[in-house]
Design a protein around this ligand. Structure first.
Ligand code: CAA
Length: 256
């Protein structure tokens, strides 16, 4: 019951759940270590095509665990360098869908933004409230929130610590879709199953190409996309997908 990360696989979809209900899923060092190990395990698991990352109805996650760092010095934080390991989440190649309800704050919001899509319950609240405790986002919030919603809105949220409800987050471009409170997990799983029914290799390369927009300029980005597109012609799934279209039947993708 004290396991901070729970996981299960349904068909080709892995569901990973943050499980520290007493502290609104605050992201302790132990939780993050286990989360990263589980995500990397599913990234290697050939049966898994899409990952759903969920919290509870009350909280996706209320941020990094403040108790872990309240007394830390600059040197403690610098030597521990706990946030550097988050790069390994960015390196997961399979699509990850965040299923967000309740509080999605600080490191919690940053964790959701490491995912590829965010399905939010209408009760979800997003924010980067680190300013209220004398710090600032440290796991990508200043970069990813600004890319998601633009400088002028991100600046306000980061400098005031204001929480925004799901509807405002959707309107700003931070979330993929907003659904009723009872539906957020089921909807995230439905979306994952839809993606899992496509070619998994095409989905992985498409994710890589979309993420490259943050790293590359337009011309190298277009060049990169084109080469990934051509490379898919080395796969069974391309032959199967196009043949099935011409034969007017459903494709049977195998991820090879
Ligand atoms: N770390 C540790 N414990 C936390 C926590 C956190 N981030 N967030 C909530 N908790 C704990 C509370 O201490 C409380 O524990 P106790 O019952 O033992 O007192 C429990 O969770 C329930 O929280 P509240 O009683 O505060 O619940 P609430 O409904 O009144 O308020 C809240 C909810 C507005 C989310 C409030 O808990 C809050 O403001 N939490 C902190 C949010 C925050 O500042 N996040 C940023 C953290 S720093 C960070 O994330 C850095 C980074 O970029 C990586």
């Amino acid at each position: 019951m004290n396991e901070p990360i729970l996981s299960e696989v349904k068909g080709h979809v892995a569901i990973v759940t943050l499980n520290r209900p007493d502290v609104l899923n605050a992201l302790s060092v132990e939780l993050m270590d286990k989360l990263i190990a589980v995500l990397e395990g599913f990234d290697r698991d050939a049966n898994v095509r899409v990952i759903v990352l969920a919290g509870s109805e009350k909280a996706f996650a209320a941020g990094a665990d403040i108790g872990d760092m309240a007394e830390a010095s600059f040197l403690d934080m610098y030597e521990r360098n706990n946030l550097a390991r988050w790069t390994r989440i960015k390196q997961v190649r399979k699509p990850i869908i965040a299923a967000v309800s309740g509080f999605c704050l600080g490191g919690g919001c940053e964790l959701a933004m490491h995912c590829d899509m965010i399905v939010a319950s209408e009760s979800a609240q997003f924010g980067q409230p680190e300013i209220n405790i004398g710090v600032m986002p440290g796991a990508g919030g200043t970069q990813r929130l600004t890319r998601a919603i633009g400088k002028f809105r991100a600046m306000e949220l980061i400098l005031t610590g204001r929480f925004i409800p799901a509807a405002e987050a959707y309107e700003a471009g931070l979330v993929t879709k907003v659904v009723a409170k009872e539906q957020f997990l089921a909807e995230a799983i439905r979306l994952a199953e839809t993606i899992a029914s496509k070619s998994p290799v095409a989905a992985r390369l498409a994710k890589e190409a979309v993420l490259a927009v943050d790293e590359l300029g337009l011309t190298p980005g277009l060049d990169y996309e084109r080469k990934l597109f051509y490379s898919l012609f080395a796969t069974f799934d391309q032959k199967e997908g196009m043949k099935a279209f011409l034969e007017k039947r459903k494709p049977r993708f195998e991820g090879k």
